[in-house]
Write a protein that binds this ligand. Structure first.
Ligand code: NAD
Ligand code: UGA
Length: 465
């Protein structure tokens, strides 16, 4: 297999953008072109002011600045980039299906299939096609069928190379990954060569002992498994948070005590208002669907419980606000601090804040939101997408403002829903002075110092204590 000189990545989103930026930075001898059908997104990636790139990730704009125009390109010319490349990453979205068979559970693979058909149509030379998107196990077989039956007779090798980066730490995770996983057809010579070609790309900055090669199916299934295990830990500790609130135990102390057992480990034991993000829920639902399709009902039920508990955690947090505010929030102003699904990202997909706010709006509350990186447009789009009330009602009942102080002025209660560092630096005395009394503060992230907050005079609730 000849050396890879041109890479194309289809999908300039939270995975395609950062992943390709790092490959371009670390492999100056490879031209990397990231393509997308979303013209607005590509224009933002090409914005002269690198701070305006569409994805906020600490450290990312510097890397884009270094590589863009040198060997990193963003374009809407999908066919041209496919034609030129020896290796094509598919990094498009794979959301939960919203229609038809498997609705609400299975992954919607229509974008993946469109990519495969486009590659088949355009390719006139052999290509290595890399699944970077998270896919149900055995998707590579479907890709192979499409490519081989509709292609121009060229050879396609399909690799699975799932991405394990977490948003907010994408750059760090990509620069020093715990492992890079590459699944390929290792029983054939051409398959082995394709795997080695991708290993060579990563070897420019990742040590060989961190690059794991497996068969395609293990690689596809490992990605779903990793997300399921991580989400399961969050649901496990969140289940304990409710028990802690009833018994006088403190979930942070429990997490510390449990996590110090090296067999358990300390990561992913932070109790919260519930996990969000674009992947945990969709990937577990997908896993549940796959298990059910094989008739493995106990396996399906086991993993579904992780989602059920997560929904419960969001709901009980919101219900507790209503209960504490004398069983009504009708006409009351509630300040929401944080809309992103975690700190250091502008991504709001499946954020707990959306569901907590929706619950409070159903109770006729007025909501004022502040998030350092999320736009008002995005907040309205998230609420409109639920379809619970009209767009006009959402705009009437919800305001987005530019500071935490403004959000909290004259509020009956505050809910901290994202663990942004800056919320710890706020002048809480002043915020307290400007609120209605009693001033209620609900910490869904265990971010704030209880003693300091209670000393000021707040009525304070923190998850898991
Ligand atoms: P995203 O929605 O941010 O980006 C996907 C992009 O693909 C969009 O910009 C869309 O316009 C584009 N696209 C869709 N169909 C296209 C087509 N036919 N041609 C060209 N462009 C097309 O999604 P994401 O968060 O980057 O996730 C992508 C995949 O990576 C998903 O399968 C996800 O499960 C997986 N993943 C995501 C993360 C994460 O942290 N977000 C981490 C690991 C894996
Ligand atoms: C997660 C995985 O961590 C990545 O490895 C994976 O690549 C990615 O999904 C994916 O496939 O998309 P991400 O969703 O970006 O990454 O962020 P996480 O750090 O995993 O956080 C997910 C949610 O869980 C957030 O809402 C976070 O606040 C919450 N969480 C996380 C907790 O409530 N407690 C914790 O201890 C950890």
């Amino acid at each position: 297999m000849k050396q890879i000189k041109n890479i194309c990545c289809i999908g300039a989103g939270y995975v395609g953008g950062p992943t390709m930026a790092i490959i371009a930075q670390k492999c100056p001898h490879i031209n990397v072109t990231v393509v997308d059908i979303n013209e607005k997104r590509i224009a933002a990636w090409n914005d002269e002011d690198v701070e305006n790139i569409p994805i906020y990730e600490p450290g990312l704009s510097d890397i884009v600045k270094e590589a863009r125009g040198r060997n990193l390109f963003f374009s809407t010319e999908v066919d041209e980039a496919i034609d030129k490349a020896e290796m094509i990453f598919i990094s498009v979205n794979t959301p939960t299906k919203t229609y038809g068979m498997g609705k609400g559970m299975a992954a919607d693979l229509k974008y993946i299939e469109l990519c495969a058909r486009q590659i088949a149509k355009v390719a006139k030379t052999d290509k290595i096609v890399v699944e970077k998107s998270t896919l149900p196990v055995r998707t590579a077989q479907a890709l192979k069928d499409i490519l081989e039956n509709t292609g121009n007779g060229v050879n396609f090798q399909i690799l699975s190379n799932p991405e394990f980066l977490a948003e907010g730490t994408a750059v760090e995770d990509l620069l020093s990954p715990d492992r890079v996983l590459i699944g390929g057809d290792i029983d054939t010579q051409k398959g082995k060569e394709a795997v080695n070609a991708l290993v060579d790309v990563y070897s420019n900055w990742v040590s060989r002992d961190h690059i794991l090669t497996t068969n395609v199916w293990s690689s596809e299934l490992s990605k779903l498994t990793a997300n399921a295990f991580l989400a399961q830990r969050v649901s496990s500790i969140n289940a304990m948070s409710e028990l802690c609130e009833k018994t006088g135990a403190d979930v942070n102390e429990v997490a510390k005590a449990v996590g110090m057992d090296t067999r358990i480990g300390s990561k992913f034991l932070q109790s919260s208002v519930g996990f969000g993000g674009s992947c945990f829920q969709k990937d577990i639902l997908n896993l549940v669907y796959i298990a059910k399709s094989f008739g493995l009902n106990e396996v399906a039920d086991y993993w579904e419980q992780v989602i059920i508990l997560n929904d419960h955690q969001k709901k009980r947090f919101a219900a507790n606000i209503v209960k504490t505010l004398y069983n009504t929030v009708s006409g009351k102003k509630i300040a929401i601090l944080g809309w992103a699904f975690k700190k250091d990202t502008n991504d709001t997909r499946e954020s707990a804040a959306i569901y907590v706010s929706d619950y409070l709006l159903n109770e006729q509350a007025e909501i004022v939101v502040y998030d350092p990186k999320v736009t008002a447009e995005q907040i309205y789009a998230d609420l409109d997408y639920l379809g619970t009330r009209t767009e006009a009602e959402n705009r009437f009942l919800v305001k987005a403002v530019d500071s935490a102080e403004e959000a909290c002025r004259d509020a009956h209660a505050i809910a901290v829903l994202t663990e942004w560092d800056e919320f710890n630096e706020l002048n809480w005395e002043e915020i307290y002075r400007n609120m209605l009394k009693p001033a209620f503060l609900f910490d869904g992230r265990r971010l704030l110092n209880r003693k300091a907050i209670e000393r000021i005079g707040f009525d304070f609730y923190a998850i898991g204590k």
